[in-house]
Every structure is written in C-alpha cells, then in structure tokens.
Design a protein around this ligand. Structure first.
Ligand code: DAK
Length: 263
C-alpha cells in the first residue's frame, strides 16, 4: 500500500489500483486551484508507477462527487487568472483522458459543471442512485470551461448535449444512464465495492493489452476512421511482441488461467 500526502486529496494505492478521493466536503468537493494543482501532481506521480493497472476517482461523503469549479474562487478571478485556471483544468482532464491505464469515476453525488467534465474525462462512469449530473454554467453567465462543450456531445450525442448545456438543467443518475454518460447506477453503499470490483477485473487482465487498448480507443476518437483503424492494426501487431500475448493464447489452448507478467 502506497499513500501520497495532499491537503485536498486522499490517494491510496493497493493491489495495483489507485484510489483518488477529493476531500473538500464542506464545499461539496468543488474544484479550486489547489484541488486542480494537487490532482495534476497526483496523476503525474501515479503515471510513473509501472505496475499500476487502474485508477478510481471519487469524492468524499455521500453528497457530492464534485459540485463544479469553486464559484467563490472564480467570482473574484481576473481574466488572466481565469485563463490560467482553464488551462490547468484542461491539463488535468487531458491527463485523465490520456492516462496510461483506465480511469473509473465513482460518482457518489453531485457532478455539476467542472465535476461533470471530470467524469466525462474518465473512461467509465459508475453512479450512486443519488448522483446528479449537469452543466449549469449558463446559469452563472459562463460556459463549460473544462472541455464539456467538446466531450459531452461526443459522449451523449449533440442533441442531448445541446439540451444539457443550453438549459443548465440537472439530471438524475437514471437519466444520465439513459443518454450513455453513466454505465451503471447502484445504491450509494454499493458504489465503491462495485467500482473496486471492476478495477480488480481490469487488474487481472494482460497489463500491456489493457494499456494498448485504451491508447487505441483514445487516439481513435480524436482522428478519422481510417487513421483510427491503422492505429488499432499497428497496436494489435505490437501485442505479438509481448510474452503475455503468447501466455494468454497458450493458456487458453492449455485450458488453464493465464499468468500475466506485464512483459
Ligand atoms: N463552488 C464553491 N462552493 C460550493 C459549490 C461550488 N461549485 N457548490 C457548493 N458549494 C458550497 C456552498 O456554497 C455551501 O457552502 P456554505 O454556504 O456551507 O459555506 C456548501 O458547499 C453546501 O452547499 P449548499 O448549501 O448549496 O447545498 P445544497 O444541498 O443546498 O445544494 C447544490 C447543493 C450542488 C445544488 C448547490 O450547492 C449548487 O447549486 N452548487 C453549485 C453548482 C454549480 O453551479 N456548479 C457549477 C459550477 S460552474 C472555467 C473553468 C471551469 C468552469 C468554467 C470556466 N474557466 C476558468 C474559463 C466550470 C464552471 C463550473 O463548474
């Protein structure tokens, strides 16, 4: 077990799975500059762990995942500071999206504004039955500033995203599942056990294959279909350099469980 020390985050690593918890419950885990900076630092440290298999991101308490960017802090920001804040947010969400291993969001309550955008940058979103999603920025005279205008239409389609962003309405977990943002809705008490179970499954799979699959999916989404197909073909071919591909296929033929080493 490895623990990293931050003021606004709890980061634990055990059995090749990292769990990041945002700890600002009095402000419903809102993202101020410190949280964004610490998230960036934590992700950079975790990225350097060669054996890491999966990351889980959640918020402390039973009320909020992340209630958005910190409105109190933002209200006093000069345009130059707002630009720097937006850049830092984009760096962190870009890090989550391109993170070398899967990132699972365990959304345990409000995921509004910047909080919804954090969930959108994760690979899979699981939600508790009291979770609430939305991009309420237009109610504040703002627009989504951490990539929501880009990732929400991609994730839930332009029609649904346009309604969400233009109205600023809040949607419950079931509605978020209906549009494909959420993978599964479970009772609050079952959320972390559920997500930890998925992380454990991922950690049992061939590490290089999981990393390569994520890379191919993320790269494929930001390019044209032909280039995406080429990326997949090249990655598929590269898998045959790995011992784990030999082991996985041989274990199947031998009718036994594979012993993956990450080589
Ligand atoms: N920021 C700061 N504090 C927040 C907060 C937030 N986003 N959300 C809640 N809090 C604080 C409340 O002020 C309150 O603090 P105290 O009064 O106790 O000191 C405490 O958390 C508990 O909240 P409530 O008393 O309001 O709790 P309720 O259950 O009554 O309501 C709520 C829960 C989530 C419905 C409500 O708190 C709410 O509407 N919160 C704001 C949600 C929201 O609008 N989120 C979107 C924020 S805008 C950009 C970068 C990023 C962004 C935009 C631009 N650039 C730099 C260009 C992103 C923007 C956003 O995320």
């Amino acid at each position: 077990m490895t623990a990293m020390t931050f003021e606004t985050l709890k980061v634990d690593v055990a059995e090749r799975v990292a769990e990041i918890t945002i700890v600002r419950p009095k402000a419903l885990n809102a993202l101020n500059r410190q949280v964004v900076a610490e998230l960036e630092a934590a992700l950079e440290k975790l990225r350097a762990l060669p054996a890491l298999a999966c990351v889980i991101l959640t918020g402390q308490g039973e009320k909020a995942f992340i209630a958005g960017a910190d409105i109190a802090e933002m209200s006093g920001m000069a345009p130059s500071a707002a630009l720097e804040f937006a850049r830092a947010g984009h760096r962190v969400l870009g890090l989550l999206e391109s993170f070398p291993v899967p990132v699972l969001a365990a959304v345990n309550g409000f995921a509004l504004g910047g909080g919804c955008e954090v969930a959108l940058a994760c690979d899979v979103v699981y939600a508790s039955d009291n979770a609430k999603f939305g991009q309420p920025e237009v109610k504040l005279g703002l627009i989504p500033g951490f990539g929501g205008c880009v990732r929400l239409p991609r994730k839930i389609g332009l029609g649904a995203a346009a309604e969400w962003i233009f109205t600023g309405e809040i949607y419950n977990a079931v509605a978020a599942k209906e549009v494909g943002l959420v993978r599964e809705v479970v009772p609050q008490a079952e959320l972390l056990p559920k997500v930890r179970g998925i992380a454990k499954l991922i950690a049992m799979r061939a590490p290089l294959a999981v990393r390569a699959a994520k890379k191919a999916m993320v790269a494929g989404l930001s390019t044209n279909p032909e280039a995406a197909a080429t990326i997949e073909q090249l990655s598929f071919g590269q898998m045959f350099n790995s011992k784990d591909a030999r082991e996985g296929t041989k274990a199947f033929l031998d009718k036994r469980d594979p012993q993956f080493t990450g080589d």
